[in-house]
Design a protein around this ligand. Structure first.
Ligand code: ADP
Length: 473
């Protein structure tokens, strides 16, 4: 039930109850006043009549006195008068003994007969004091009282209904105006604040608790709007700074890439240029020297081709041709491909773990495994061991095949670790590394929906871990 209706309901109940009690009290009061009036009338009439009858009795005798009484009642008079002898009193039913005693003492007695079909007021007036003295009986019907009370009752009911209806309507109107309307406005404002609209204030001019609440809500939403504006400004500033930073980073990467390409291709180009000039000027002293120059040119060209291929690998949008591939088989093939390099460096390479099938492009996986293994062998000292561990991990999005390449080599310092997967980042001597192996591997693994990470355990060496989804995605 709405607040206004509840208020109106309870006020109406209170008003109607009070009005009802007041009406009942008024009816009772009117009844008692009416009966007092009736008694007073009987007393005046009874005393006057008793005096007249007593005088007639004294002057003209008892029979004349009885005649006077007989003629005292007219047809249209509401009060009927009777002469009653003392013995009648004894036979009259319903007269209490105390009444008889009062009459003997010469006192007028009023009695109400309410249980008969027509309620009546009976007043008994002794004509003279004494045990056997006669008395007058004044009898009046109370039907006029009922009519009077009926009228009073209907007036009271009409007045009560009118006052009650006016009070109820007033309570409803005031409740709607002073409580319902402001509460609705506050509720709408709270809803707007809830949806993030802080613009429209709640307008309540009343100077009471609800008005105070409205003003506080307006202050609150102003404060919220201010802090939101400040937050948005700070956010915009942060985004601007971030995009500047990204722009600077992009420029740095492009610079590094260009420098890398220039550096990597510059050296073989110089060598080729030198030998070509030598041959062009005919400065080769023997056929042997000419052949050696040509072979150097071929080697350098092959090196440049290799670099360009790697660059293309890095730059090309790769669409892996995925089939079920056993990671252990990949690890073994990479090991056999690099057996000569490992033997040359005196590094012991081992493959561990059960077979683990992933959904991947086989040649690209082989490329990743050989890149990681070659780096591990390069970082190892003679006599050290490199282990390729194959296992299964359970991630949130399903099971994953894991290939870990663990070496006991030099490890990677934290600063180098930040740039490890960037193209052309290398710590190797000129001619030994291009800085593209990890960048290419990183791209391949991401294309497969996997992840590649590096860790340098405190015991030394590095651990490169590749995770690949086992199920087709
Ligand atoms: P490259 O081998 O041609 O230098 P990579 O992208 O394969 O290019 O590697 C980048 C660099 O990462 C390497 O020069 C080396 O400094 C570092 N690195 C990679 N693997 C290892 C490893 N297992 N141990 C130590 N350093 C490594």
């Amino acid at each position: 039930m709405q607040l206004t209706r509840k208020l109106t309901f309870f006020i109406a109940i209170a008003v109607w109850s009070v009005l009802g009690v007041v009406a009942c009290l008024r009816i009772a009061e009117e009844r008692s006043l009416y009966r007092d009036d009736l008694r007073r009338d009987h007393e005046v009439l009874g005393h006057a009549l008793a005096a007249a009858v007593s005088e007639a009795w004294r002057v003209s005798g008892r029979d004349v006195a009885r005649d006077v009484v007989a003629h005292a009642t007219s047809a249209d008079s509401p009060v009927s008068v009777r002469w009653l002898d003392a013995d009648v009193l004894r036979a009259e039913p319903g007269l209490a003994a105390s009444v008889a005693d009062e009459l003997k003492a010469g006192v007028m007695v009023h009695t109400l007969f309410e249980n008969s079909t027509e309620p009546q007021l009976i007043s008994l007036v002794p004509l003279r004091p004494g045990k056997d003295a006669p008395f007058l009986e004044l009898r009046e019907s109370l039907s006029s009282e009922n009519r009077y009370l009926g009228r009073t009752l209907s007036h009271t009911v009409v007045a009560t209904l009118a006052v009650g209806a006016v009070c109820t309507a007033l309570a409803f109107l005031l409740g709607t105006w002073m409580v319902g309307r402001p509460v609705r406005a506050l509720r709408d404002k709270a809803r707007r604040v809830g949806t993030g609209d802080l613009t429209v204030p709640v307008v309540l001019t009343q100077r009471d608790e609800l008005g105070d609440l409205a003003r506080e809500m307006n202050h609150m939403s102003d404060a919220l709007a201010r802090s939101r504006a400040e937050r948005e400004a700070a956010n915009a500033e942060r985004i601007r700074a971030l995009s500047q930073l990204r722009h600077a980073e992009r420029l740095a990467t492009v610079g590094r890439l260009a420098a890398g390409v220039a550096h990597e291709l510059g050296t073989p180009l110089h060598v080729i240029e030198g030998h070509t000039k030598l041959l062009d000027r005919g400065e080769a002293e023997s056929e042997e020297e000419t052949r050696e120059s040509l072979q150097t040119i071929l080697r350098q060209t092959a090196r440049m081709t290799h670099i360009v291929r790697q660059l293309l690998d890095f730059a090309r949008a790769r669409t892996p041709h995925k089939t079920p591939v056993d990671l252990r088989a990949i690890a073994e093939e990479a090991t056999s491909m690099l057996t000569a390099l490992a033997a040359q460096r005196d590094v012991n390479v081992q493959v561990e773990g059960e077979g683990c099938v992933v959904h991947a492009d086989e040649s690209q996986m082989l490329q990743v495994a050989t890149n990681l293994l070659k780096n591990a062998i390069d970082a190892s000292s003679p006599g050290q061991r490199v282990t390729l561990e194959v296992s299964t991990a359970h991630a949130d999005d399903g099971p994953r095949g894991v290939l870990r390449v663990v070496d006991q080599g030099s490890g990677i310092d934290p600063e180098a670790r930040e740039h490890l997967f960037e193209p052309f980042f290398t710590t190797k001597d000129v001619g030994r590394g291009t800085g593209l192996g990890l960048a290419v591997s990183h791209g391949i693994v991401l294309d497969h929906g996997g992840a590649i990470s590096v860790d340098c355990p405190p015991r030394g060496g590095s651990v490169f871990e590749v995770q690949l989804p086992q199920e087709a995605q």
